[in-house]
Design a protein around this ligand. Structure first.
Ligand code: BES
Ligand code: ZN
Ligand code: ZN
Length: 510
């Protein structure tokens, strides 16, 4: 690979931000807090520059806004970056995560090597440990750049960003650092999920995805990795994933990761499974997609990337849960050997499917993954997939779709969505939709009617989940950065799902 992706490190330290040498010092300001000793002190040092900015209306502290001030030696940092936090009452975990993201995003834009942040001024509601975590997650999220194939240092960015979260109280620093440790693990994992998704399909095809999974598994304790290549898939009669992958020279792989905790296990005899769609390129196959934006389909493996990197998080955090990660990797391409509209395939479960559109391929690889989870005796199963364009039509790009056969699980995922800042919106999993995908000349059809494609996609998967407590996350709406997100993170993959699943699993163990 041409170049190392930017290395980011975050820690908390006891310091006065005005005295800390840094390329950028970022401070958070609420829009409705008039008097604040810290900000007023900073303003006085800068000869009233903050007050003046507010007066001329260039910066009012609105959430998502920011302003740079050049400090001319009046404080130790070269630049002061004001980050708007919005109204104090409305501040939640994600407010601070996004603010930290914005700080790092802007810092990397000005080619900074060092960043000092003080965003948690005036905060009383949120525990410092949690704040440390989300601030670290945010710094990793905003500082990330995908440029491993840019051969010249033409953009001149530093290959590292060293960030310090400051606090003047030593006890606070200790609490912040505890959270930062967790936030760094999650933030780094999420960024690697982004890198995998951003990698083009000529580099990251199923066998390469499997190789990356092996490397990830080898880098952490107690994470096993088994890879089923096309021969093994054939021996096991995994007809869904095989059909989707048969048109490509890059043969499919099923990647099965298993995390076994060393001591206490809270889900004894009922492991949990995360199942990810990893279509390394979805051309649509014989039901070819239009050329416009087709290149984005290199990211149709986002669900698989999120599963892989969540498994890494689980292992690094040593969660006392037995978890399987099942990744269904295939390339969907037209060619002499491709599967065809009208083909009837026999899936791993034994159920037969009439393929009416080869572009509805995600469900065909996932049904084999779900069956594999059943065979491994998993009880709770969550699948992640950039499954349907229809889900984007339904929700826009702001939330991913959530479907479940279990209200309790759905509720837990909604809670995790809120705290992780990876939003979900529940859509119906109901029998009417399943009626639409019942087959005439096979058990099932792989598409429903013209309407409600996200729901019929979920219903199709639901046919393979009897006996399971199951949720399906259609993350197509979150495959890339939404418009508002582009203000604090690079466009392209956002590694959606890593924070959400990590948060869900961490909540399971407290
Ligand atoms: N990978 C796509 C869904 C997708 C579209 C994800 C845009 C992210 C952005 C999926 O495999 C697909 O092509 N689905 C079809 C299903 C249809 C043929 C029933 C779709 O959504 O059009
Ligand atoms: Zn498709
Ligand atoms: Zn697809």
């Amino acid at each position: 690979m041409a170049k190392q992706i930017i290395k980011i490190d975050v820690k908390a330290a006891k310091a006065d931000i005005a005295k800390l040498k840094a390329d950028v010092a970022a401070v958070g300001i609420f829009s409705d807090v008039r008097k604040n000793a810290f900000i007023d002190g900073l303003d006085a040092r800068l000869g009233g520059a903050i007050t003046r900015l507010k007066k001329i209306g260039d910066f009012k502290g609105a959430a998502g806004s920011n302003a740079f001030l050049y400090t001319h030696g009046k404080i130790a940092a070269e630049r002061l970056l004001l980050i708007g936090l919005g109204e104090k009452q409305k501040a939640a975990l994600d407010t601070f995560r996004q603010a930290a993201s914005k700080a790092a995003f802007e810092a990397v834009n000005v080619k900074a090597k060092s960043l000092a942040v003080f965003l948690h001024n005036e905060n009383a509601k949120i525990a410092l440990e949690k704040l440390g975590q989300v601030i670290a997650e945010g710094i990793h999220f905003g500082g990330y750049r995908y440029d491993e194939f840019v051969t010249q240092q033409q953009n001149g960015r530093s290959n590292f960003l060293s960030a310090v979260v400051v606090d003047e109280n030593m006890a606070n620093v200790a609490k912040l650092n505890k959270g930062i440790k967790v936030g760094q693990i999650i933030g780094r994992a999420q960024n690697f999920a982004r890198t995998l998704a951003n990698r083009p399909a000529n580099i990251l095809y199923p066998a390469q995805f499997a190789a990356e999974a092996r490397k990830v598994a080898a880098s952490v304790p107690r994470l096993g990795c088994t890879i089923l290549d096309e021969k093994k898939l054939a021996r096991k009669k995994m007809g869904g994933i095989l059909a989707v992958g048969q048109g490509s020279i890059h043969k499919p792989r099923m990647i099965i990761l298993k995390y076994t905790p060393s001591g206490r296990k809270i889900n004894k005899d009922a492991p949990l499974a995360l199942v990810g769609k990893a279509i390394t390129f979805d051309s649509g196959g014989i039901s070819l997609k239009p050329a416009q934006d087709m290149h984005e389909m290199k990211m149709d493996m986002t669900g698989g990337a999120a599963v892989l990197m969540t498994m890494e998080v689980i292992a690094r955090l040593k969660l006392p849960l037995e978890v399987y990660g099942i990744i269904c990797a295939a390339e969907n391409k037209p060619g002499g050997a491709s599967f065809l509209p009208g083909d009837i395939i026999t899936t791993f479960s034994g159920k037969t499917v009439e393929v009416l559109n080869t572009d509805a391929e995600g469900r065909l690889v996932l049904c084999d993954g779900l069956q594999q989870a059943k065979l491994l005796k998993c009880k709770t199963v969550i699948d992640l997939a950039t499954l349907t364009g229809a889900c984007i039509v339904a929700l826009g790009t702001h939330k991913a779709g959530l479907f479940s056969n279990n209200e309790k699980l759905a509720q837990k995922l909604k809670t995790a969505a809120k705290d992780s800042g990876e939003p979900l919106w529940q859509l119906p999993y109901e029998p009417q939709y399943a009626e639409e995908i019942k087959g005439k000349i096979a058990d099932l059809k792989n598409i429903g009617s013209k309407w409600g494609g996200a729901c019929t996609g979920a219903a199709f998967l639901g046919e393979f989940t009897s006996g399971l407590v199951w949720a399906h996350l259609d993350i197509a709406p979150k495959m890339t950065a939404s418009e508002p997100m582009k203000k604090y993170a690079q466009d392209g993959s956002i590694g959606f799902g890593v924070r959400l699943l990590s948060c869900f699993l961490m909540n399971e163990v407290i």
